[in-house]
Design a protein around this ligand. Sequence first.
Ligand code: FAD
Length: 294
Amino acid sequence: MKLNDIYNKEKTQISYEVFPPKNDTDGTKTSKLFDEILSLKKYKPALISVTYGAGGSNKEQSYEIVKYLSEKNLNVMPHFTCICSSKTQIETYLNDLKSLNIENILALRGDEPKDNTICYLDFRYANELVEYLHLHTEFAIAVAGYPEGHLQAPDLNTDIKNLKKKLNAGGNVIFTQMFFDNDKFFKYKELLGKENISTPVIAGILPILSYEQLDKMLSLAKVTLPKKLMDTLEKYKYNKDDIKKIGIDFATEQCQELIENKIHGIHFYTLNKSYSTSKILDNLNYATYISEQN
Ligand code: FAD
C-alpha cells in the first residue's frame, strides 16, 4: 500500500524503524532483529522502515533486511540517501528495490562525512533526489522533517522553507526526527500550516532504552528534552531497568496525547528492540484501537 493510502485513514497508524546491525559478521544480530520485529507484527504496523547508510555504506545489508521483511508480508519502506552517490549507482539500487515490489521510499540527503569531505555527486540536497524519484519512478515518497530544525539549518523557518522544496518536488509524507516535547510537534504543524503545508506529518517517537545511548543520539541532532524528563533520567541513570521503564511511561503519555489529537501516524525508533515498543502499544491498547478501523 502506498503512503497516501496508508495515511488517509481516520485512525493513527503506527510504523517501526530498524537499522542494519553493525559488525554482524555471522548474521546473528540480524536474525535477532528479525525475531524482534516479527514479534511486533501483531500490532498491525502500516510499514517498517529500514535505514540506509549515507553514501550507501551498508547498502547490501540494508537491502537484505528489506527483502526479508517484504517476504514476510510487511510493507517495507527503505530509507535511501543520495549524498556521495552517483545517479548511476542510485538507479541500480532503485531497480533492485523495484524487483522486490517496494512501493514507498524515504528520500534523504544523508549526513555529510565526518571528515568534511565534499562529496556531492549528482544530488546535493534531498529535494533534488525527490524530484528525480518523482519524475522517473513510481515510488511514493516520504521525506524527513525536523520539529526543532535541522542541525545545519540557520533557523526553523529556513528549514521549513527547505522542507517545502521537497514537498513541491513530489514528497507525499513527512517523517519527523525524534522529539520528546509534544508542544514542539504541535507548534511545528502550526508553522507548516502557515506555509500552506497540509502533508501528513508522522511523529518520530524514541522509546528511551539507555541513558548513554540517548546521550549519544542527542549529541548528533537538534533535539531537546523537557527538564522534568532530563532530571528523572539523570537521577536513575545508573539503573538500566529504571531508565527503560521511564522511557516506556514517557513515550506512552506522548503517544496517548498524539493519538487523542488524531495525528496521521507514529513512527517508533525501535533501535531493533521490541520490548519497549510493545509495552507502549499494550499500554495504549493499540491492538484493539486499530482493529476497529474500517
Ligand atoms: P535535506 O532535506 O537536504 O536538508 C539538509 C540540510 O540542508 C538542512 O539543513 C536543510 O535546511 C538544508 N537544505 C535542504 N534543501 C536545501 C536547498 N535546496 N538549498 C539550501 N539548503 C537546503 N541518515 C542516514 O544516513 N540514513 C538514514 O537511513 C536516515 N534516516 C532518517 C530518517 C528520518 C525520519 C530522519 C528525520 C533522518 C534520517 N537520517 C538518516 C538523517 C538525515 O540523513 C540527516 O539529518 C541529513 O543531515 C539530512 O537529510 P535530509 O534528507 O533531511 O536533507
